[in-house]
Structures are given as C-alpha cells and as structure tokens.
Design a protein around this ligand. Structure first.
Ligand code: ZN
Length: 132
C-alpha cells in the first residue's frame, strides 16, 4: 500500500500522483493550490496560476476538501497534516508556512521527532507540535 496523506480534520486523502495538494492563501484575493512532493525531504513544489507567492511569504494552508485550516494553532509559521505509512502507522507532518523554507518534521504518536531539510534551531521542542 502506498503512503497516504490525510487532512487531520475530515481525514480525506489529500495526495494524488506523488503530490500533496493544499489550498493556500497569501492574502484576501491571492489564493490557489500548492502542490508539494509527497516524498519527505523533497522540496519540489508548484502552485496554480491564481496564487502569487514568493520565497519568504507566509501562506495560510487549508484542506482542499473541507477547507479547515491546517495551520498549527498558536505557533507561528507552521502547518501540519497526517501521514499514513505503508504499515498503517500514523504520524503528523509539520511544514513551514514560509514559502521556500525547507523544513519538515515527522512526529509519531510516541512524540518521536524526525527532522528533515534545513536545521532551524527555533524548532526544538517536540511537545508543541502536538498542541491540539
Ligand atoms: Zn479536510
């Protein structure tokens, strides 16, 4: 079975054809879809033509199915969604909301944190990833 990414709210699958598809908003009239490569650590991304985004812009992420926010509450510049591995183990994937910032964390249900991409020291405490 392949890896599946889920919206943590409605649990709809949000990946297709090696891409994770997220609804994105930079400002009121600047919205569209962002496609992220589903392989952790691969920062290839693309976006739809109605979204204008540059490196360093902060993006609000939403589930493309139920439109709930995927931003991590009370924590700046992070978003998260759920990953289900081939062996059906679930984890949270945490990404930066700053476009172009190449960081990813994978947090298991046992709070084991794996970090990928750039090492950024402001993200060191695993507890706050799991804020409800
Ligand atoms: Zn959803």
């Amino acid at each position: 079975m392949k890896v599946t990414y889920l919206c943590p709210h409605c649990r709809s699958a949000i990946n297709a054809d090696n891409n994770i598809i997220l609804s994105a908003k930079c400002s009121k009239n600047n919205r569209g879809l962002i496609l992220l490569h589903e392989e952790i650590g691969n920062y290839t991304s693309t976006h739809s033509s109605t979204l204008q985004v540059e490196d360093g812009d902060t993006v609000d992420f939403f589930c493309p199915v139920c439109h709930e926010s995927l931003n991590v509450p009370f924590k700046d510049n992070l978003a998260r969604y759920t990953r289900v591995d081939e062996d059906l183990k679930e984890s949270f994937i945490i990404i930066s909301r700053k476009y172009g910032e190449k960081i990813t964390f994978k947090v298991s249900d046992k709070k084991k944190v794996e970090s990928y991409g750039e090492k950024i020291s402001r993200f060191i405490d695993p507890d706050w990833f799991l804020v409800k």
